[in-house]
Design a protein around this ligand. Structure first.
Ligand code: GLN
Length: 503
């Protein structure tokens, strides 16, 4: 049996094709990793290994005959707890899960997350005690909300979801790659939504090649999700030829890269600023053109986010009333000894008991913003949507007028993920003061506000730093494949310049 499974899909594929490793070795190793790292609290549910026996056998047969289904055939994939899939309680698969399975993936379990995807810390898990721990040093957070997916990716491959940074920030904290695709590119049928106009599904991996493999398998229109469309029919997209997978790699020479003045904020950590500078100089050395641009409305991306997102969340979560489904307290049972037993008391009690602190904060804020406290009951929410429209217009204008391929951005203001005990004990910290946590989304709220694709790439410029850092490349709406090609080129450049994270 193999001692370690290769950490990229591409290398695992190669060994499987050459017969140097068997599908069962990879699955055994994935399960032994899950067990040996259980103290990191990455998984909420683990699929029974025996249930994969037939899939493993069929996949192995395909490899022996040279007829493997895809880059992920026979490979274990972990899924954020926000998806439904057959095998646990639901009896249907989310569309992305169905696509992964049809391509031979073996779904090993569901990963821990901040409840309903709300949070950046991975500390608001499905059970209060389940704080996800960073695989680099378990005293630190793994980032959130796709915290368990990040930990699982450190020794394999997984899926997360992103509303305003939930694949990017954990990738930043754990030295991983992540992709937040264009809005509407991947079906969200079977995903439990946090904010309907922001949520996207995104892969987390150990290489940019693997981002492409997973994105390619999962993307595409779905009749079960009216938001998920065929991108080649969108006339507003600049270059239709950038929409689909194209075998040709692009050259970084003449790449037009936007340097956004509004990203250079005083709070940016020095190490992060140096990484941005290093990146600019290696891009320049390759012949890329760096163009300084201004997108002044960027400063409103975060206020937009924390207005519209709680409003959508409070509306989406109103269905969790303990009557139709979800957490329930049986009327007349011992657990339900409340003197008042009317419907509204019951709903109030269910929601008070079942939701965690971060969810309550978002629901309260959302309901307040949508309430009759304002002259026009939802004026703040409508205003935030206007801000989004203006920001999209400004971003597109800058991209088009300057013919930009990408803009580069930091992922996080600070480099190191916070220490778990500091957060738990600090009176000004995130648990007591949510604004601390909101500010962490300064850079990552933007791609979701704009609906554009964004890829996070890890950087380890000096081995003495315990934690890697990262940067993000952001593209134009719909040009996901173009962005992936640029990421792959940048990936080799990072390796040449010894800025890569060793896997
Ligand atoms: N940290 C952000 C929030 O709590 C983003 C979460 C996400 O992307 N799901 O809303």
């Amino acid at each position: 049996m193999a001692t370690n499974i290769p950490r990229t899909l591409k290398s695992a594929q190669q060994l499987l094709r050459q017969g140097q490793i068997r599908v069962s070795d990879i699955i055994d190793q994935a399960y032994s990793n899950i067990q040996s790292k259980s103290h990191l609290n990455a998984f909420v549910n683990v699929q029974d290994k025996q249930k994969h026996a037939q899939q493993i056998e069929e996949s192995q047969k395909r490899y022996s005959e040279g007829k493997q289904l895809s880059d992920i055939d026979g490979l274990p994939i972990a899924i954020k707890h926000t998806f439904i899939f057959q095998g646990f309680t639901p009896n249907i698969d989310a569309t992305v899960i169905r696509k992964l399975k049809q391509n031979g993936a073996i779904i090993v379990g569901k990963t821990n997350m901040d409840e309903f995807g709300m949070g950046s810390l991975g500390m608001y898990g499905y059970n209060d005690k389940k704080i996800t721990r960073n695989p680099i040093d378990e005293e630190y957070i793994a980032g959130g909300s796709s915290s368990g997916s990040a930990v699982a990716t450190k020794s394999g491959y997984s899926l997360g979801t992103d509303t305003g940074g939930s694949v990017s920030y954990p990738a930043h904290c754990c030295g991983l790659y992540s992709m937040k695709p264009s809005y509407g590119r991947l079906s969200r049928f079977g995903q439990i939504l946090y904010s309907s106009s922001n949520d996207v599904i995104g892969p987390m991996t150990n290489s940019s090649d693997d981002l492409e493999s997973l994105f390619d398998i999962m993307q595409g229109e779905d009749s079960n999700d009216s938001n998920c469309i065929n991108f080649s029919n969108i006339s507003k997209i600049r270059h239709q030829d950038r929409l689909t997978k194209n075998p040709e790699n692009i050259s970084l020479q003449n790449l037009r890269v936007g340097i956004v003045q509004e990203f250079d904020i005083a709070e940016l950590d020095n190490r992060n600023r140096t990484i941005q500078d290093n990146l600019k100089s290696i891009l320049k050395d390759q012949g890329a053109q760096l163009i300084n641009v201004q997108i002044p409305l960027i400063k409103y991306a975060l206020p937009f986010y924390f207005t519209l997102v709680p409003a959508e969340a409070s509306s989406n979560l109103s269905r969790y009333d303990g009557i139709k489904y979800g957490y329930q307290i049986p009327i007349g049972s011992q657990a339900n000894t409340s003197a008042k037993q009317d419907l509204f008391d019951y709903i109030e009690r269910v929601r008070s008991e079942a939701f965690g602190i971060n969810v309550k904060r978002r629901v309260l804020l959302g309901n307040f913003l949508l309430s009759s406290r304002f002259e026009d009951y939802n004026e703040k929410v409508i205003e935030s949507q206007r801000v989004r429209r203006l920001l999209i217009q400004q971003y597109c204008k800058v991209m088009e007028e300057n013919q930009l391929d990408i803009i580069i951005s930091p992922v996080s203001i600070g480099i190191e993920p916070p220490k778990i005990n500091d957060i738990l004990n600090d009176n000004k910290g995130a648990q007591k003061n949510p604004v601390f946590e909101y500010k962490m989304d300064y850079f990552t709220a933007l791609p979701n506000c704009l609906g554009i694709p964004a890829i996070t790439m890890p950087v380890q410029e000096c081995k003495t730093y315990k934690f890697p850092s990262s940067f993000m490349i952001q593209g134009y709406f719909g040009e996901d494949y173009h962005l992936l090609k640029i990421a792959k080129e940048l990936d080799s450049l990072l390796r040449i310049n010894k800025l890569n994270v060793e896997i």
